[in-house]
Design a protein. Sequence first.
Length: 247
Amino acid sequence: MPYVDVNGLPTWHEVRGDGEPVVLLHGAFAGASSWVAQTPALARAGYRVHLPERRGHAHTPDVEGPLSYGVMADDTVAYLDAVVGGPARLVGWSDGAVVALLVAQRRPDLMDRLVLIGQYYNSSGKVTRGLTEQLTGGGDQVMGFLRGEYDRVSPDGPEHFPVVYAKTLRMIETEPEIELASLRTVEAPTLVLQGDRDEVTLEHGAAVATALPHGRLAVLPGTHLLPIESPEVVNALLLWFLGAHRR
């Protein structure tokens, strides 16, 4: 089984291709399979693509205690240190984008380039009637939709999903709350990518790109599922941005 030990946590991951490392960080309630449209394109372009699954997601077991972006960022730092072994290009989608940004702030030495897809970084950037409201108000119907892959692959078993669901809801109701002024410490070239009907407002996306010393903004028609709904355009942008100044 493709598990590695990350600070004592058996962490499931895939690695595809050979070359300079690109690490793809999935969103909430998702796993490596959410990058099905990007992984082969990046591997064909000569990258070594890493697809780790975070604690309580897909094949990686849950850990006792609350879930937070901070603890997932710590796990990701440990993965980069132990498995990737050096600076990487990080691509984060949804919750994975928050994790990627925190990693860039905490360990800039592990960061080459950064792509942040479809996410807000404090509550001022949330759209009204967005995903958070749907999750908190959707009840059993929403939970049933989200648990499909988890029930099939989680080592904790289907009966554990309500625990992970409750932890995730508690997290996204209060996090992230990152001051945009703090982004000035992120020196890595960063692409902020979002859809025009995404979970984040256009104004917030523009403010994030402006706050980053080397930030760029790309807005595409689409929704929160941009890498799935518009894979050709997303892949072209990733290959262009990640390949700039390629060694």
